[in-house]
Design a protein around this ligand. Sequence first.
Ligand code: ATP
Ligand code: MG
Length: 313
Amino acid sequence: MSTPSSRKPDPTAETADALDSAVAPNRAAASKDPAIPAISIQGLVKSFGNVEVLKNIDLEVMPGQVVCVIGPSGSGKSTLLRCVNMLEEPTAGKIFVGEHEMTDPDVNIDQARRSIGMVFQQFNLFPHLSVLQNLTVAQMKVLKRSKSSAEQTARKNLERVGLAHRETAFPAQLSGGQQQRVAIARSLSMDPDLMLFDEPTSALDPELVGEVLAVMKGLVREGMTMMVVTHEMAFARDVADRVVFMDGGYIVEEGSAERVIGDPQHERTQAFLARVLNPTSVEEGDEFVAAPKPPAGQALPNPALDTHGNAFG
Ligand SMILES: Nc1ncnc2c1ncn2[C@@H]1O[C@H](COP(=O)(O)OP(=O)(O)OP(=O)(O)O)[C@@H](O)[C@H]1O
Ligand SMILES: [Mg+2]
């Protein structure tokens, strides 16, 4: 496991340092027991109907580790992440998050999910609530915090993402990057032990990507356990303790960022990275085509408010 000091020099260090000063470095706090994996995925299989989209996945994330998941569209990255907090129910296999077995039918799933923050590509903020209210609603509903205690936690986390001055704004008054930072602050307000990120910057205009990555780097420096699906290879190289390359529902290759991104062994990893790192090299007939989205009627589960206050839809 890397320590913050062993990580690579950080091109956004200035911003990350500023953010860092708002969050006391506290790697130990990220783990209750450093010997117990934060996430342990064992023989995970997930099928939608007859289609097996995750095929016997084994993966472990130790407390304080940052694991970046890369791979072509349709390879199963989001499904893997969603299985971790049981937004998708695995077809076979076991998933442990800390001491909770998520796949145990008797687990208190709401309680188990509370230790997991999740940030999606879409920010899923409530448009009719202010920034502050977006951060307090789930704290009060789910954690039963008083309004003043929820607001105190919310303000601390807005400061953490550099948005203390925008608490009265409504989502529509913010840029995409700011909205995503609010979504991160909202997740942090639930005091998660680990954070799952599913392409948190891919809906953003290029000039807004950096501010969100800087916030995420601040969390890495703080010692947050993170599993991040991303196409930002420079980010993965900078922060990941481990990079996992998925294709066709399998983990094809995993290892250090230097190894997987810098010196990929498998030809599918090589082909994927060639395309991602040099998109203009894609030629007609190349095999990495966008996966078909599920038909509208079979869209992803759609609860109004999950345990982290994420509005879906
Ligand atoms: N709810 C669903 N019902 C049916 N099929 C689904 C559902 N969700 C995902 N799939 C299929 O499972 C496969 C894996 O999808 P997933 O979204 O996990 O891929 P991904 O690697 O995250 O892709 P992307 O990079 O485009 O986000 C795809 O073929 C997708 O069409
Ligand atoms: Mg996805």
